[in-house]
Structure formats: C-alpha cells, structure tokens
Design a protein around this ligand. Structure first.
Ligand SMILES: Nc1ncnc2c1ncn2[C@@H]1O[C@H](COP(=O)(O)OP(=O)(O)OP(=O)(O)O)[C@@H](O)[C@H]1O
Ligand SMILES: O=P(O)(O)OC[C@H]1O[C@H](OP(=O)(O)OP(=O)(O)O)[C@H](O)[C@@H]1O
Ligand SMILES: O=C(O)c1cccnc1
Ligand SMILES: [Mg+2]
Length: 549
C-alpha cells in the first residue's frame, strides 16, 4: 500500500455500528446451515449485484455505497453474543459444529470486483461481482443490498436535484428531521453530498464524513422575541476599531431610512422580529443570515433584515443574506433581490445587491424546474423531505443473483423476460464514441478478449434477437476493479470529495437526451454475440418442454 493509500485508510470514517453480520435476513443464515449440512462448504460461487430499472423515471443511476460495503467485509465476524443469539433463535436440532464454523467465518476468501463509486450505471450491468465460498457469499447478500440500494438511490436523487438547479446555485440538505429514522438521515446526508449537494444541516454527518455543515435559524428563534425590550444586550464592538456600537439604536435609525427607499412603513414591521434579528446578528456578526418570513416578508422581514444588515455594516461587518420558507418563492426572491438592489443604489453599497437568498419549504425537482421558468433570484436551496425520503421513488431495486457455482453457469428463468438473469462470470465495458460520449455498456463472458479501440464489435440486446448494432469504439473502459481480495481492501476507495467529483465527471460523459427530465432516451446495455448465444443455449437447456394434451 502506498503512503497516500495509507493516508486515505486512516481518514476512512468509522462504519455506523448497526452495520454488522446480523443485519441481514434470517433466511441467509438458515440457507447457510442447509448448505453446510449438505456438504457445500467448499462450493465456490459467483453472485452479481445489479438493478433492473433506473429510479425516478430517469435513464441513469449513480452507484454509491461501495466504501461502506468494503468496511463491512473488513469487519465481518460473528461475535460471541451473535453466536449465542443464533443458538437461541435457530431450531434446537442445529448441530453445534455449525456455530463453531460460523464463529471462525471471515471474508478472507471472498473477492469483490466493482464499478468505481460515483459512476453512472445502468440496468443489468452488475455493480458488484462477489466470488468465493458459496456460504460466505450468500451470507453477504442482504447487507450488501441495503448498503448499495439506498446509497445509490440517494446519490441519484441528489444528482438529479443538482442537474435541475444548475451549477451556480448552492444546495443544502436539511432532511434529518424528516428522514427514515436516524440511520436514514445519516446516510441521506452522506449520499446527498456525493450526489452534488454542498453541505448538510446534520452535525453528526459533518463530523463522521467531513461534510461541510451549514444552517440558518428557525421561526421559533424569531417568535421567542415579542418586543424590543426582550433584548438584554445591544452593544457590539466595531470589527476594526473595536469602538462600541449600539446595534439597536443603529438598526432603528436604518429602519427609518430603508423604509423611505422601499416605501414600507416601519410601523408595519414587527418589533419582536427586529429584536430577534438584532440578537442573532450580535451572536453571529460575520455570518448574519436571517429568516424573514415569520410574519410578512414584504412588510416586515425584509425591512428588518436590511435595517440590521446596514447597522452591522456601520460596525464593520457584512451580512450574509436571508432565508424565505413560505409563500411564492419566485415572487419573493425577485422582490428581495429588487429590494437589495434599491438599497445598494440608494446607499452606494454595491455588495448589498449580491446578498444571498436561501429558499426552503417542501422543494422538489419539479418546484426547482418551475422556479427556473419563473426567473427566480434564489442563490441557495435548503431541501429536506423530498430529497431524503426519495418521495418520488422510495426504493432502488438492486438484487443479488447467483450466476455461477463451481465453475458452472446458473440462470434464473422468469415469465418476465426482464427478470431472467444473465449467467456466468462476466466483464463489463463502456464503449465511447468519437465525441467522448458513452455509447453503450457491453457485457461479455470473462473468457472473451476485451473489445479494442477502432475494432468493430457486435453488440446485441440480451433478449431481443433482432436488436443489434456494430460499434467501433474510440475509447473502451473496463468497468471493474478488484476492491476486496485476500482479506484486505485491495483497491482503496476514493475519499468522499473525489467520489463527489466522479459523479459530475461521469455524468458529463452521458448525452444530454439521456439525462433530460422529461421522457429521456434510454442508454443501451448490450451483450456480446458469444454471451448472447451462451444465455440462450442455457435458457433452452433449463426451460422445461411443456406437453399439450
Ligand atoms: N413560485 C413557485 N412556483 C412553484 N412552486 C412554488 C413556488 N413558490 C413556492 N412553491 C412551492 O409551493 C408549495 C407551497 O406550499 P404551501 O401551500 O404549504 O405554502 P406555504 O407558503 O408554506 O403556506 P403557509 O404560509 O400557509 O405555510 C411548496 O411546496 C413550495 O416549495
Ligand atoms: O421543507 P423541507 O424540504 O422538508 O425542508 C426542511 C424544512 O424544515 C424546516 O422547518 P419545518 O418544516 O420543520 O417547519 P416549518 O416549515 O413549519 O417552518 C425548514 O424551515 C424547512 O421548511
Ligand atoms: O438551518 C436551517 O435553516 C434548517 C435546518 C434544518 C431544517 N430546516 C432549516
Ligand atoms: Mg416546512
């Protein structure tokens, strides 16, 4: 391991303690016993982990969760209390030697090949290939699925929000309170960041994953102040001269001057709100970002904010901006920007026109698309519920299927052709066109030579005979690397911020029509001619011949 890799290993966050071998379905353990009892201890299997349909009516998915899978493999071990629990839970007739066998089980003989975390991926292309002792590989199924499914769904959701918001807008994840429990919230913060969010309000996620933490304040902070008398201290030292300034007096003075510019009477504004904003400004003079919709954005919040921001400026500080959490966000953001511009002009303070406008309140992809059409002036979206609960599609359907046992290919048949598994030990390649865009993903048998740049390859639909095309790739990317082998992390996963960059660079290789929101074009996933024939021969061998009478 190089010094740099060691360094990454040291900074890899500890795994959430609930990820452990018993975080699985009972049937994995009952199968393990039945395999063990039937003498399958030395059987060697290959499993593929893949999904069949892209989420959110889209045509791409972002693969995430790999780093957590590797940490799980590294720590895989049944503790004494796990064994004791299983002994009590499984039927009495279980042979005691099985528990001794479980006790010593590790992932040292498992090999995991995977696509790089943060890559765009497509249906049927295995994200992970797990090879090794059948019993161990089987025992990993549910945990690997739970680590990949929500991670990939969340990262995809976040990437979609980033695509509609554009690269010049900040995106903050505010979802912990609405998430599917504490672990859902923690995972959501991590994978929202990978998918392209800039920060989270979740402090533990910040600490565990080194994600930027950000935040404003809530309505309760404003409503806890009723009058100006609620302010116990109003003095602040000037940022440069340290001269003492009375922020209340200065804010009241500025409120009069601002009200003349924006034509709103100071009488209409709430004094309780002004007191709250002054008190927040005293606490955070360099990070003053105020919630302005508690009473009325136009008649109270904006006026009070501008008064305090201008008073702070006289004390040598620049305010950051406002948050709007209700009402028509397009209209109110335009109103706020116009107000800031009028003040910038009236008082010759150009920076005032650039104050940050944060918007929140039940925002989803459609809201952002609609706000874009309306010409909003929002710089930052705070997004919770729809993002972290993936309300539009609450689960990704990754599955884990046996494709080979003791060197023999296995196929799972189904009436539904889409559910027939692609058998055998396979490799996956991404073929690129001359313009740099990804053209097609190609699955081949591992025994076949890799496709080559400039060489014509026949790419076939796995199940529809007439659908095929010749491709001459300008670039070929082998999608798998070995990440876990001989009991160690064989390829170090990239640090979080690099995975986040990988998401954006990988998305750039996709044609725009594949990424568009409405009716996107499907990306093609094909099999080689050799694999096509292999699948269909095996299918015929395994499908029973019916008899009509
Ligand atoms: N200009 C806009 N275009 C499209 N959607 C918007 C616009 N402004 C706000 N929205 C969205 O419309 C919804 C408004 O929610 P709701 O009806 O609860 O209003 P509200 O302003 O929160 O109401 P209240 O002030 O009573 O709490 C939110 O989901 C918000 O994101
Ligand atoms: O709307 P979301 O996308 O879930 O974003 C998070 C929400 O959480 C906060 O308030 P909360 O909803 O708890 O209360 P409020 O809306 O009544 O202020 C915040 O003001 C947002 O509205
Ligand atoms: O910091 C905020 O503004 C915030 C945090 C969580 C939820 N809603 C808002
Ligand atoms: Mg809300």
């Amino acid at each position: 391991m190089s010094g740099e890799e060691l360094n990454i290993k040291r900074t890899m966050a500890r795994q959430n303690g609930i990820v452990q071998p018993l975080l699985t379905d009972l049937y994995q353990i009952t199968m393990a016993y039945a395999y063990w009892k039937s003498g399958k201890v030395n059987d060697v299997a290959v499993f593929d982990l893949f999904f069949r349909t892209n989420p959110f009516q889209g045509e791409f998915t972002i693969f995430a969760g790999l780093e957590e899978c590797l940490k799980f493999l590294e720590n895989f071990h049944y503790s004494d209390s796990d064994i004791e629990y299983l002994r009590q839970t499984l039927p009495e007739n279980i042979e005691p030697e099985f528990f001794a066998y479980l006790k010593d089980l590790t992932c040292k003989d498992i090999r995991v090949s995977a696509i790089e975390e943060g890559s765009v991926v497509f249906p049927r292309v295995p994200l992970l290939r797990v090879e090794g002792p059948l019993i161990v590989a089987q025992l990993l199924e549910t945990t690997l699925l739970t680590l990949v499914n929500f991670a990939s769904l969340m990262a995809t959701n976040a990437a979609r929000y980033r695509m509609v918001a554009g690269k010049n807008v900040s995106l903050l994840e505010f979802g912990l309170r609405r998430a599917q429990g504490p672990d859902g919230g923690l995972s959501a913060s991590k994978y929202a960041y990978i998918g392209g969010f800039d920060g989270t309000s979740n402090v533990l996620a910040g600490k565990m994953f080194n994600i930027p933490v950000r935040g404003t304040h809530a309505h309760s902070f404003v409503t806890s102040f009723s009058t100006l008398e609620d302010l116990h201290s109003v003095m602040i030292g000037h940022a440069e001269t340290q001269k003492s300034c009375n922020l209340l007096e200065m804010s009241l003075e500025w409120r009069k001057r601002v009200s003349a510019v924006i034509d709103i009477s100071p009488e209409e504004a709430s004094d309780g709100e002004l007191a709250a904003l002054i008190s927040y400004a005293l606490a955070f003079p360099s990070g003053f970002l105020a919630l302005v919709d508690t009473y009325d954005v136009k008649r109270s919040g904006l006026l009070n904010f501008c008064a305090v921001a201008l008073a702070l400026h006289d004390c040598g500080y620049r305010a950051v901006g406002i948050r709007i959490d209700s009402g028509d966000l397009a209209y109110l953001s335009v109103l706020a920007r116009e107000t800031f511009e009028s003040i910038a002009e009236a008082f010759k303070l150009p920076w005032f026109s650039k104050l940050t406008i944060v918007a929140s309140n039940d925002i989803n992809e459609e809201t952002i698309l609609s706000l874009n059409e309306q010409g909003h002036k929002i710089d930052c979206f705070g997004i919770g519920t729809h993002l972290v609960t993936c309300q539009r599609q609450p689960a990704l359907g990754c599955v884990y299927k046996l494709t080979e046992i003791n060197g023999q290919p296995r196929i799972k048949l189904s009436q539904d052709v889409g559910k027939v598994t692609i058998p055998g030990h396979k490799e996956a390649y991404r073929l690129f066109g001359a313009d740099g865009h990804a053209l097609i993903d190609l699955l081949q048998r591992s025994s076949e030579p890799a496709p080559e740049v400039g060489q014509k390859v026949l790419c076939r639909h796995p199940f529809q005979e007439s659908k095929r095309a010749y491709v001459i790739p300008s670039k070929v990317e082998h999608l798998y690397k070995v990440y876990w082998k001989d009991g160690i992390i064989y390829t170090m996963p990239k640090p979080l911020h690099e995975v986040r960059e990988r998401v954006q660079s990988s998305l750039r290789t996709l044609r725009q029509d594949i990424k568009r929101n409405l009716n996107p074009t499907p990306y093609k996933v094909a099999v080689s001619d050799d694999l096509y024939n292999f699948i269909h021969d095996l299918w015929l061998q395994n499908a029973p011949i019916g008899e009509l009478s």
